[in-house]
Ligand binder design. Structure first.
Ligand SMILES: Cc1ncc(COP(=O)(O)O)c(C=O)c1O
Length: 370
């Protein structure tokens, strides 16, 4: 494999230093959680710091599939959703193997297959089409060489969602074609309205990925997971996990377990807060002369763009946005997109910081017009 660092990680706010940014509109998650605020009594002094179960904390795996037809053994815990994506790509792909992948995407979904030397066939989502997924285009792209299809819903970076019906059609198409489907569902609990079923509920050929990072603001406990109902494939994923790090971090998994036990308490206020922040972005967007967007249907991000990029000095725009206004967004190149697109993460900042950041985007664009 040939690794190279991705701009989204090199330029991530934690690498830049959180103290260098006043209005952080670059995150894709909900506000980071203070352990104390969860009210969890960790009681961690009594924990034995031994290797844990290789598949992961059994109670936690059970909780992840609570209220679904799935079983605990369909779940493999990983180091974040990022770890899950790495295990899946390296298990299913070799050099020259073909993969169909939606673009833009969370960068790892593109970069790990590239690092493997796989042949990527892109399904490009277009602003003009509301970033909608074209199932006919996917069907046309499938060949006998296709190892799997990789999608992310709710989508990062646009926040566009699939309805339960669309998800069913996609899973039916891939099943009919005998191809595996990877659905990165890391933002699922942040869908506005009722989330669709877990994609993996639609068939044994589907692989779901998620984590606690985004919806719950817990990216520092590196707990994610793969769900799949194909036991042979799960055995391969476990083998990959064991070769990378044997088991997961027992402390993180225990905290995740205690947190998810109280999911019904934590989730409603988080969802209400995200909705309030979304309404702020929506009303800001209504007043914009120089920005346009596709309104998201969930998650905590959107991908607006400048209406007339040819009239804007884009380097100057990002430069003064941070240096003068202390505001930071995810520039388009984080997602293989032109830089006049930018991801705005509205779930992470405080209400005041979000408002200030949005106002500075408006001002900054005017200042950067040539
Ligand atoms: C779609 C998607 N998948 C996976 C990840 C990885 O998240 P984590 O490893 O923190 O669970 C991210 C992070 O931004 C993401 O946006």
């Amino acid at each position: 494999m040939h690794f190279r660092r991705m701009p989204i990680e090199v330029e991530s706010p934690e690498q830049m230093g959180y103290d260098t940014i006043r209005n952080n509109l670059s995150e894709s998650s909900y506000t980071d959680t203070l352990l104390r605020d969860t009210g969890i009594d960790t009681g961690l002094y009594d924990m034995l710091l031994a290797y844990g179960s290789h598949a992961g904390h059994e109670g936690l795996r059970q909780l992840i599939v609570k209220n679904t037809p799935l079983k605990r053994d369909d779940v493999l815990l990983t180091i974040g959703a990022a770890g899950a994506l790495f295990i899946i790509a390296t298990s299913l792909l070799g050099k020259g193997d073909q993969l169909i992948v939606v673009r833009p995407n969370y960068a790892t979904n593109l970069e790990t297959p590239r690092a493997i030397g796989a042949e990527l066939k892109y399904i490009d989502l277009r602003f003009e089409e509301g970033f909608a997924l074209d199932l006919d285009q996917i069907e046309r792209a499938i060949t006998h060489q296709t190892k799997y299809i990789s999608v992310t819903y709710p989508h990062n970076p646009t926040g566009v969602c699939l309805t339960a019906g669309e998800l069913r059609q996609l899973t039916a198409l891939t099943e009919r074609k005998g191809i595996r489907l990877l659905v990165d569902e890391t933002y699922r609990d942040m869908v506005f309205g009722e989330p669709p079923p877990l994609a993996v509920e639609y068939g044994d050929h589907v692989i779901s990925v998620s984590s606690l990072s985004k919806t719950y603001g817990l990216p520092g406990i590196r707990v994610g997971w793969i769900i799949c109902r194909d036991p042979q494939l799960m055995e391969t994923f476990l083998a990959a996990k064991e070769q990378i790090h044997i088991c997961g971090p027992v402390l993180d998994e225990e905290i995740a377990y205690r947190y998810l036990q109280q999911k019904d308490r934590y989730l409603p206020p988080i969802r209400a807060d995200i909705r309030q922040k979304f309404d702020i972005v929506k009303s800001w967007m209504r007043q914009q002369e120089h920005f346009e967007w596709v309104e998201p249907g969930g998650g905590a991000v959107c991908l607006p763009r400048m209406r007339q990029p040819e009239k804007v000095d884009i380097d100057k725009f990002y430069d003064i946005l941070l240096k003068k206004y202390g505001t930071y967004t995810g520039a388009g190149h984080w997602f293989d997109m032109p830089r006049h697109y930018m991801r705005i993460g509205y779930g992470w900042p405080s209400l005041a910081s979000l408002e200030e950041g949005l106002q500075s985007l408006t001002r900054c664009l005017v200042e950067a017009i040539r």
